[in-house]
Design a protein around this ligand. Sequence first.
Ligand code: SF4
Ligand code: SF4
Length: 495
Amino acid sequence: MSTVTDKPNKETPPPHDDHSPVREIDWQDFRDHLATADKLGHRQWVYAKKPSGKWTQRRTALAVLLIGIMFAGPFIHINGNPLLMMNIVERRFSILGQLFWPQDAVIFAVAMLTFLTGIILFTTAFGRLWCGWTCPQTVMMEMVFRKIEYLIEGDALAQRALAQSPWNARKLWKKGLKLGIFFALSFIIGNTLLAYIIGSDALLKIITDPPSQHIVGLIFMLMFTLLFFAIFARFREQACTFICPYGRLQSAMLDENSVVVAYDNKRGERRDRLHRDQTALQRSAAGAGDCIDCHQCVAVCPTGIDIRNGLQMECVHCTACVDACDSVMRKVGRPEGLIRYASLNSIEKREPIRFTARMALYSVVLFGLISLFMALVLTRPAVEAIFLRAPGALFQATGNGKIENLYTLKLVNKTMKDLPVELKLENVSGTLQVMGQQNLVVPAAKLIQTSVLIELDQTKLTGATTKLKVGVYSGGKLLQRVNTVFVGPRNTATP
Ligand code: SF4
Ligand code: SF4
């Protein structure tokens, strides 16, 4: 992806204010090292200034909604199933109240393809909108943990001063209070994640039962808590830069028509400090652009980068720099939007933002995949039957001209109701007996396994193997028809 400003002004590096919360940017090699690490690889802590403005307000409103859904998610049930559950342990999954089993592997594969195509389309069109607005990592970091940090330690300058001050009672209190709250929040987030994996009922059992009954569950609770505590207290923006593959893939997905948070270098350059008593006309006559080089966009950036250097891997499109720059533009009497949502072409060539052929192609593929996914889900049988010949068993002649075969039957009930099930031979007359059961009932959301004995008259056989169709019925309604084979003696005459 090309950048908005590929060649920073190397001759005139901006003067740096030593009292600024912003770490000095190395203008010579900003692409060769991370903004949050020095040349030796040591971490450079980001003290991001508190952002404010219309984009921050919009993101806050959305974050409140998303955080509500995220924490309520495991406790919301549709048709008795969780809104979202990824029970890897029991291999049961629930999406929007629909239960999925390992037998639904095809649906899963289509769902994953749909998800990936959606991400590619979304990123191609709107850049990293997901990262800045909806990613749980950014939402929790910027809208919860960082806001608590501002409340306890103050804005960026106060945070930096506190970090550099010697340890005393005040610093111990502030750091202890902050980390205590962070740990409590991490515990809640960890438990929520656990509820998404094992279900809210299982989580409540871990909480209410004696600890000795759920040692493994408690270990996972502690592990998730420590993991989130480490991420939000220490790792922070590094999770987006080093770990998340999506951020690293963006350069392959974006093009010059993608809408990203971008600095309008055509309008902003040549950047120059605001001079007292200089009119806008004089400023423009002197060749200066609208950027007054105040570094406010850098000061608020939670990833520590300078958006004026162009699109960078670290940028999570959080819009904090948009708000900061808009506020500066209002103060200096210039139009807002020096930093804004824009495509590279809209800045460089002043073209309108376009829906490109590439986006159209991805949309068609996405629409096809969504249709396929919906069709698979809607036509999915309520009961999945797996009917296999019992391993190692051949056939048995009963002595009265009949042959018996033994089968293993697995039935998965994908509904939240107990289902009575009947089995019928569909293409040949014979007897079918479920071993040890008068009435076969599959409990709600459960898998059962049983044995089935089929007996056919030898005259009905079509050879050493005879094709069988077995119908699975519930309440007289055909749920599924399974195919299998019936094995008989080799010398059975073929009619
Ligand atoms: S906030 Fe706006 S005016 Fe200030 S340095 Fe950034 S781009 Fe330039
Ligand atoms: S450059 Fe702007 S949009 Fe990107 S992460 Fe920094 S503040 Fe957020």
